[in-house]
Each structure stands twice: as structure tokens, then as C-alpha cells.
Design a protein around this ligand. Structure first.
Ligand code: NAD
Length: 353
């Protein structure tokens, strides 16, 4: 039986999904009536940006291949100046969350429309959320101004995503769907998408770890990641995302790996407060969903301990302190002793309890 009362807010997006869909870029720009694209990428993906520039022909105005992690304000301002200097009328971003973050930052400053080609599973392209860093502080805001107008999912663009990143990026995506299931504003639409997303990713990630070129698994993973992005952009997140934000910011830990390590523990902590969600997760992950996520991380060769990714042992107390610094909603109230034990277990890579 469906819940009697709920609110669902859908976000507008035109999505093109498939293999080889990148070739549709010129017609998508034409559809928007745009003629001067600034193509964005990280330095590592400059070649991809240049390929798109060539594909665009006269509609390609230039490339800015300076996207970096955490969307620093100075980089965004530099890129915005380049967009102005080139009289760009549309942004094209090819890459993961860092490049899409830069695109959103320019859109925030200029209102330029965005056409995005995601190459990881982070899901930023589906959210109206932007985090920007200035003087070492990352501030997040939510505004429809940063939501991309068109998203072109081309599975081919993800075939080269290295195995390690594929696994952790996929687990990062799963975290959005899992927390969406027990979000305060959860609703049956988002829950249905979340379960479909978790099923797709749980099926795809072990295959990709062994055969990174498996086209069916890559399609499943990108489809799952898309749905996970919708989850992230539609409802509020809780303990897991808060802990990852705290740990990532406090100890400069890598984003996707931190999510991969924390997810089984955060779910195990919340499990007693969310019996209905655990029942749904049992259908897709088996009788012990938290244990299954831990096993999945091991099966795909991802790190399972914060100690493996650079967290100092004496950081546990500091992490607990920051987790309690700004109160936030979570299905199970935050208990200091249990949270300390959770972080200690994640630090040493123990199985979640
Ligand atoms: P990323 O964008 O930082 O990419 C990491 C590296 O992998 C980069 O060098 C990139 O060029 C490279 N790369 C990306 N795709 C590749 C591919 N297919 N083949 C080879 N190399 C590739 O990593 P990410 O995990 O996608 O993004 C993380 C960032 O995104 C974080 O800063 C996070 O906060 C942000 N994020 C924001 C939102 C949001 O809604 N605002 C959502 C998710 C993540």
C-alpha cells in the first residue's frame, strides 16, 4: 500500500542515455539555440574536451581544462572570465563531479545553460546542489540555477574509468540511494528509483571489477548512477553523508573511497530505526544488507578501512566531535558511544555490526 500522504518535487532535465550518444551533442546545442560552447574538463581529461570541441565545429568556442576537486572559487572565477572573453552562450562539461562542479559554478555566476556528459558515477549532474571552496572552507548551496539543462549519458565515456574508481564511485552513488530510502522527506517515487538504482549497481560493480570493458555492466552502472543522482538531488541526506563530509574535510580523505568505507557502517548504525527500509534492502542485497555492502567493497578491491586512505588513528575523537558539532536529522538519534565505536570500526576496517 502506498503512503497516504507525501510530497514529491521533480527536477527538470532532458536526459539522453545510450552507447555513442556523444555524437548527439551538436544537435542538443542546436535545440537549445546555442552557438558558442565553452567545453570544460580536468587537466587529465583535456583530450576528451578537445574531441568535443572538434565535434562541435563552428559551435565550439574553446576549452577550459582546469577543473579541480572541491570547486575552488578562484578556478571558477578564472573559467567564468574565459567564458565571458569567448562570448560563450552554453557550457559543455565532460567529466566527473569536479568538472560538473565547475560547470555549475560558472552557471551560478552567469546563468549559462549546461550540457553535461558524466564520466563517473558521482551523480552531481542530477542535483541542484553546489559546494564551493574558499579559504579552505567548503560551502554548499541548493539552487535550480546550477541544475544542468541537458545530460548526455554515453556509456562509452565510462568504459575507460579505471577499475578502482569505478568501484568506489559506484559505492558513492549507492550511498545516495540508500540514504534516500530513509530520508526525512522520502517518498514512494524516490524509494522506487533508489531500489532500482541499488539493484543495478550491486549487479554491475562486481562484474566491472573483473571485466572493466563489460558493456552491459557499464550500462547498468551508469543507469544506476543516474537514478542515485536523482535521489541525492531530491531528498535530504543523513548520518552517512554527514560523516563523510566531516571525515573528508577534516582529514583531506578521498571522496569516493571515504563513502565506500563508511556506507556499511552508517547503514548498520541506522538499521534498528528503519525496519521497513531494511526489509526492502534485503530483497536487493540479501539477508544482511550492511554486511553485503562491506563484502561488495571487498569484492571490488576497494579500501575498507579509513587507516588505508590516510586517516590518522588519533583522529577518531576529532571526527566524533565534528560529527556532533552541527546537529542534523537522522532516523536514529546520534549516540556518542555508538558513533565513536562506528568510526573506530571503520578506521580499522572491521565488519559492520
Ligand atoms: P572527479 O570528478 O574529481 O574525478 C577524479 C579524476 O578522475 C579526475 O582526474 C577526472 O578527470 C578523472 N576521470 C573522471 N572520469 C574518468 C574516466 N571515465 N576515465 C578516466 N578518468 C576519469 O571525481 P568524482 O568522484 O566524479 O567527483 C567528486 C567530486 O564531486 C567531489 O568534490 C564531490 O563533492 C562532488 N560531488 C558533488 C555532487 C553535487 O551534487 N554537487 C554530487 C556528487 C559529487
Amino acid at each position: 500500500m502506498v503512503e497516504r500522504e507525501f510530497i514529491y518535487t521533480g527536477h527538470p532535465a532532458r536526459v539522453i542515455f545510450g552507447f555513442g550518444t556523444t555524437v548527439r551533442l551538436p544537435e542538443e546545442l542546436a535545440r537549445l539555440g546555442k552557438q558558442r560552447a565553452l567545453v570544460l574538463a580536468t587537466p587529465a581529461q583535456k583530450a576528451e574536451a578537445e574531441t568535443l570541441l572538434a565535434l562541435l565545429g563552428p559551435a565550439g568556442a574553446g576549452v577550459f581544462a582546469g577543473a579541480v576537486m572541491h570547486t575552488p572559487v578562484d578556478v571558477s572565477e578564472l573559467a567564468t572570465k574565459q567564458a565571458d572573453a569567448l562570448s560563450a552562450d552554453v557550457l559543455v562539461a565532460v567529466g566527473g563531479g569536479s568538472t560538473i562542479g565547475l560547470s555549475k559554478a560558472i552557471a551560478l555566476r552567469t546563468d549559462l545553460p549546461q550540457v553535461v556528459l558524466p564520466t563517473t558515477y558521482a551523480g552531481s549532474e542530477m542535483t541542484p546542489i553546489i559546494g564551493q571552496t574558499e579559504n579552505g572552507v567548503k560551502r554548499t548551496q541548493t539552487t535550480l540555477k546550477v541544475l544542468p539543462e541537458v545530460v548526455i549519458y554515453d556509456v562509452e565515456q565510462t568504459l575507460g574509468l579505471p577499475v578502482g574508481m569505478s568501484g568506489t564511485s559506484g559505492m558513492n552513488a549507492m550511498a545516495h540511494a540508500i540514504e534516500a530510502l530513509y530520508a526525512r522527506e522520502t517518498n514512494p517515487i524516490i524509494s522506487a528509483l533508489a531500489i532500482e538504482a541499488i539493484r543495478s549497481l550491486a549487479r554491475a560493480l562486481p562484474v566491472i571489477a573483473k571485466a572493466p570493458g563489460d558493456r552491459d555492466a557499464r550500462a547498468d552502472a551508469l543507469y544506476g548512477a543516474w537514478l542515485c543522482g536523482i535521489c541525492l538531488g531530491s531528498v535530504g541526506m543523513a548520518l552517512h553523508h554527514k560523516l563523510c563530509h566531516t571525515l573528508g574535510g577534516g582529514f583531506d580523505l578521498p571522496h569516493a573511497e571515504t563513502h565506500t568505507i563508511m556506507l556499511p557502517h552508517a547503514l548498520a548504525y541506522n538499521a534498528p530505526a528503519i525496519p521497513d527500509v531494511m526489509k526492502k534492502l534485503t530483497d536487493v542485497l540479501g539477508s544482511d544488507p550492511s554486511g553485503a555492502l562491506f563484502d561488495l567493497a571487498r569484492a571490488i578491491g576497494a579500501p575498507v578501512a579509513l587507516s588505508q586512505i590516510g586517516m590518522p588513528e588519533d583522529g577518531i575523537d576529532k571526527a566524533v566531535e565534528s560529527a556532533f558539532a552541527n546537529p542534523y536529522w537522522n532516523p536514529r538519534p546520534l549516540e556518542k558511544e555508538a558513533i565513536t565505536a562506528l568510526i573506530a570500526r571503520a578506521y580499522s576496517g572491521e565488519r559492520p555490526v
